[in-house]
Design a protein around this ligand. Structure first.
Ligand SMILES: CC(C)(COP(=O)(O)OP(=O)(O)OC[C@H]1O[C@@H](n2cnc3c(N)ncnc32)[C@H](O)[C@@H]1OP(=O)(O)O)[C@@H](O)C(=O)NCCC(=O)NCCS
Length: 407
């Protein structure tokens, strides 16, 4: 049955909107935003169990939801929290790999390499060599996923310590869930535990066609294990049109703070700054989206958090004013198909507020979250026996010939 037709514009235009991937884990509706297993993000945040006293749900509960499609009970979440605690400790060579990078290395390059350095521990790779039945591929993929996800906060917090602080190795707290333990290892007090949970959950998945998710799936389709696939997807996430955009937002805003000498601009001044950026041939960072056609619900959830916890933050005031002035300007300019803000317009300012002032690290935080969705997909890819990817190429001359014949 034919489900789509391929246009030349799509072949040369990044395969935009081509219906050629399948996942049951998340779906991006252009009008409504992302749904995880059928639930909108506000529903996910309302339904998932929360640690005692927390505003945000357990990240571990999201993994359960993405894998099974069911909202977990407290005790089901507790099982994953316990599993992660058992699997957190890093092999000592991971510290050596991180230490081997120069201090000015990109934290995403270090993150990707640190994950790759653990590939020797892959259960899937070992069992594949031993001749495992393909019906069982999903099982060691699940084991690798649990091992890797449990370790990501440890890896990331050590990268932060090594590149930007004193290089101290902080021990994880065995009493804490993933989000709270990450905040603990970063040395940031409450409510940063809730910021971590919020951040990891909203970034987990955005269906399969974006660069990081597609890369994870593509590499995994060659039966490369979870370590190889996640390391690869992080390299795509590191690009300026993908995960790096949140640091662009902050850089751009701080330019304005400098110009305004720290005072809140008037709406007119803000409009002028936006037009100046557009007229100099740059995009407005944090606005627009390849698929979405409304305000990103991930933006709205973060905005709600900011309104509760950091209403008086200078950068939040700037961001809130941008929410008012940018969409009409992008609409008037008439180029962007979506004038509304995306996830990246808010996330950087929250981390900045809580003391993480090193922009390049923000994509690492995104990467921890994104690993949850991609590994959930990889487990199902192996369970369903999805094929190795191999689309077909044509030459430009062939496309020109086709276009000529069509006329
Ligand atoms: C996200 C993004 C890469 C999507 O790109 P896309 O799918 O090509 O977007 P569109 O189809 O709407 O682009 C059509 C035109 O509008 C422009 N446009 C899109 N978003 C824009 C923005 N925020 N500011 C200015 N111009 C924008 C594009 O550059 C393109 O211009 P061109 O025809 O001169 O090349 C794009 O909106 C963008 O660059 N946004 C800013 C960066 C950002 O926030 N990235 C994070 C995404 S989660």
């Amino acid at each position: 049955m034919v489900i789509d037709q391929v246009k030349i514009g799509q072949v040369i235009g990044g395969m935009r909107s081509l219906k050629c991937l399948v996942t049951d884990i998340s779906y991006l509706d252009p009008q409504e935003g992302i749904r995880y297993r059928g639930y909108t993000l506000p529903e996910v945040f309302a339904k998932l169990p929360k640690p005692p006293g927390a505003e945000m749900p357990y990240v571990e509960g999201l993994l359960f939801l993405l894998l099974t499609g069911d909202v977990p009970t407290e005790s089901e979440v507790g099982d994953i929290v316990d599993e992660f605690k058992k699997r957190r400790v890093l092999p000592s060579h991971v510290y050596d790999v991180i230490d081997a990078f120069p201090k000015d290395a990109s934290p995403m390059a270090v993150f990707s390499a640190a994950i790759l350095s653990m590939q020797g521990d892959s259960s899937f790779a070992r069992l594949y060599r031993e001749g495992i039945n393909k019906m069982e591929y999903w099982d060691p993929t699940f084991e690798d996923t649990m091992d890797l996800l449990a370790k990501l906060p440890e890896v990331a917090s050590y990268i932060y310590s090594r590149l930007y602080k004193d290089g101290k190795r902080t021990q994880g707290d065995p009493n804490l869930d993933m989000g709270a333990n990450f905040a603990h290892m970063m040395g940031i007090p409450k409510p940063y535990d809730d910021v971590s949970r919020l951040n990891f959950i909203i970034h987990a998945d955005h269906e399969s066609g974006n660069v990081s998710a597609h890369t994870g799936h593509l590499v995994g389709s060659a039966l490369s294990d979870v370590y190889l696939s996640i390391s690869a997807m992080l390299n795509g996430l590191a690009g300026p049109l993908h995960g790096l955009a949140n640091q662009e937002v902050l850089r751009w805003l701080q330019d304005l703070v400098e110009q305004m000498k720290g005072k809140v601009p008037t709406e007119e001044e803000m409009k002028q700054f936006v037009w100046d950026t557009l007229n100099s041939g740059q995009v407005i960072p944090g606005f627009g989206h390849a698929v979405l056609r409304k305000t990103d619900p991930r933006y709205s959830l973060q905005r709600e958090f900011c309104q509760t916890h950091m209403k008086d933050d200078l950068l939040f005031k700037y961001t809130d004013m941008l929410y008012k002035v940018v969409p009409p300007i992008l609409t008037e300019q008439g180029k962007a198909k979506n004038p509304w803000p995306n996830v990246d317009a808010q996330s950087g300012i929250i981390h900045w507020h809580y003391g993480i002032k090193e922009y390049p690290f923000y994509t690492v935080l995104f990467g921890i979250g994104r690993s949850i969705g991609i590994t959930a997909n990889l487990i199902w890819d192996r369970a369903l026996g999805y094929a190795i990817e191999r689309p077909k190429s044509l030459s430009t001359a062939m496309l020109e010939e086709m276009a000529k014949n069509a006329k």
